[in-house]
Design a protein around this ligand. Structure first.
Ligand SMILES: C[S@@+](CC[C@H](N)C(=O)[O-])C[C@H]1O[C@@H](n2cnc3c(N)ncnc32)[C@H](O)[C@@H]1O
Length: 206
């Protein structure tokens, strides 16, 4: 792993993902989690304060990157809910079939190298009636913004830990075998449009 990925990307992502508009987004989606939760791409644990401790019995914090895991383990100690860190890739989740009630993924489908495999893993581990909660940035619907996203990606992706700007969030979710129950979209305030087209909602296994 490069110096950049190990030492520069984790604090940068922690800082960018802690911005006020993103904190607002977390508040909209994370409190909907319930029961046993699997979080894909846990990062530095920025969702932890938003879990409803009255509804969540355990969080499996899946995260493969060592630089993030150091932060994740520290945050897990003071979490309002029990947290077990899973140091692995979402594409290879080791949990048993039908073992969790909620899968939560925030700002990680942009970075996970194979999001389709990750979402198929989510489908496998969800119990019947379980919920996928997502809150992601991705491909904008406006042609001008989408063109800028495609141009930016060449330099943005290597700088930002593998983050892609041109992934269509709803298409990823549905093509992995989920039906969307509710979804909202908007450009985040105070955020450059190519980075800030957000999609959030809930889905269930078809
Ligand atoms: C932009 S960060 C978002 C972190 C966190 N979900 C949040 O909302 O703050 C993307 C995360 O995806 C993680 N990631 C990268 N490859 C992954 C993979 N194959 N499986 C799961 N997570 C991965 C990165 O290490 C990083 O922590």
């Amino acid at each position: 792993m490069s110096f950049w990925s190990r030492y520069v990307v984790p604090p940068l992502i922690n800082c960018a993902c802690g911005a006020k508009p993103i904190r607002y987004q977390r508040r909209k989606i994370v409190p909907r989690a319930q029961g046993v939760v699997l979080e894909l791409g846990f990062g530095s644990g920025l969702n932890l304060p938003y879990y409803d401790a009255g509804k969540v019995t355990k969080v499996y914090a899946l995260e493969p990157e060592e630089g993030m895991l150091v932060r994740a383990r520290k945050k897990a100690k003071d979490a309002p809910v029990p947290v077990e860190v899973l140091p692995e890739k979402a594409e290879e989740v080791s949990l048993g079939a039908a073992s969790v009630d909620t899968v939560l993924v925030t700002y990680s489908l942009c970075t996970i190298p194979d999001p389709h495999a990750a979402l198929e893993g989510a489908r496998r581990v969800l119990r019947p009636g379980g919920t996928l909660l997502f809150c992601e940035h991705g491909l904008a619907p406006d042609e001008k913004v989408a063109t800028t996203q495609a141009k930016m990606e060449r330099w943005w992706t290597p700088l930002a830990g593998g983050c892609r700007l041109t992934r269509d969030v709803q298409a990823m979710v549905t093509s992995a075998g989920f039906a969307i129950d509710d979804v909202e979209t908007m450009y985040l305030p105070s955020t450059p449009k190519p980075l800030g087209f957000n999609t959030w909602g809930a889905a269930h296994v078809v």
